[in-house]
Design a protein around this ligand. Structure first.
Ligand code: HEM
Length: 252
């Protein structure tokens, strides 16, 4: 990985830049610009740039597609929900070829489906561990400085004192409440919260909403012959039980 990223950095350094590059600058270009601008104040080492790139790929890829796969699995297990979602998306998009972000704003059910999927299938069910920097009291318990703390988002998202019928996949619950995942509602934090909360949340949600909308707009889905809905595994298996479906193009 280190050798590969070394080549990427060197290629970006020698590449000639033109004014017209503008928006075409990529993430590595921007990190190298920051490195140059900060050289005399807070130097940024090449190793730091490599670590940030690895971090972004590690944090941003598997999470985003795992959410999509589990959402599709829930939709196939819940055909009524799939139908409601397809109706909403197909009605908003009509005969257009492309879906854009303005269209997504008119799809409250799509947003609710994604939230419900994130509630039940957070790809980071224990967030990222924290370490206490000072002695603290939590709910009457003394917790010493230096203690490693994990937040069990999986359990909080299924706590029956917070959620009605928590095991049920029911996107409608989010149409009836304003609970959001941006770190202000502690009963629902699939992207974490606070200073170390996920910086990719806006991008991740835009990607997942757009891909989900395109999938259900353009295809009808069913399980492979013989597979039974009840047996469909939606547990967090990281690829051990891949979702296999038949996609039939939908022509409006
Ligand atoms: C649906 C997709 C995603 C989910 C569910 C998700 C979730 C999370 C969670 C739970 C954390 C830990 C937050 C905490 O402990 O408070 C995190 C951290 C992080 N995420 Fe995401 N993430 C997603 C997509 C992305 C994307 C697309 C990117 C980048 C393009 C990204 C970049 C990061 C980074 C860099 C961190 C570490 C932040 C830090 O430690 O300061 N994530 N993410």
């Amino acid at each position: 990985m280190d050798e590969f990223l070394e080549v990427v950095i060197q290629e970006h350094r020698v590449r000639e830049r033109r004014e017209s590059d503008g928006d075409a600058l990529d993430f590595v270009d921007i990190l190298l610009d920051l490195q140059r601008e900060n050289a005399s104040r807070t130097p940024i080492e090449d190793d730091t740039i490599k670590a940030i790139v690895v971090d972004m790929f590690g944090a941003g890829t598997q999470t985003t597609f795992a959410v999509l796969e589990r959402t599709m699995a829930e939709l196939i297990r819940n055909p009524e929900t799939m139908k409601t979602l397809q109706n909403e998306v197909r009605e908003v998009v009509g005969r257009k070829d492309e879906i854009d972000e303005q269209d997504l704003e008119k799809m409250p059910y799509l947003k609710a489906v994604l939230k419900e999927s994130l509630r039940l299938h957070s790809p980071s069910p224990l967030l990222i561990p924290r370490e206490l920097t000072q002695d603290t009291k939590v709910l009457g318990y003394d917790v010493a400085s230096g203690t490693r703390v994990m937040i069990n988002v999986w359990a909080i998202s299924r706590d029956p004192s917070l959620w009605e019928n928590p095991e049920e996949f029911r996107p409608e619950r989010f149409l009836e409440m304003s609970t959001d995942f941006r770190g202000l509602h502690f009963e629902f934090t699939p992207f974490g919260a606070g200073r170390r909360g996920c910086p990719g949340v806006t991008f991740a949600v835009a990607v997942d909403e757009l891909v989900l909308a395109k999938l259900v707009q353009n295809f009808d889905f069913k399980l492979l012959d013989g597979a039974k809905l009840k047996e469909l595994d939606v547990s967090e298996s990281n690829g051990k039980c891949p979702l296999l479906v038949v996609a039939t193009p939908y022509v409006c």
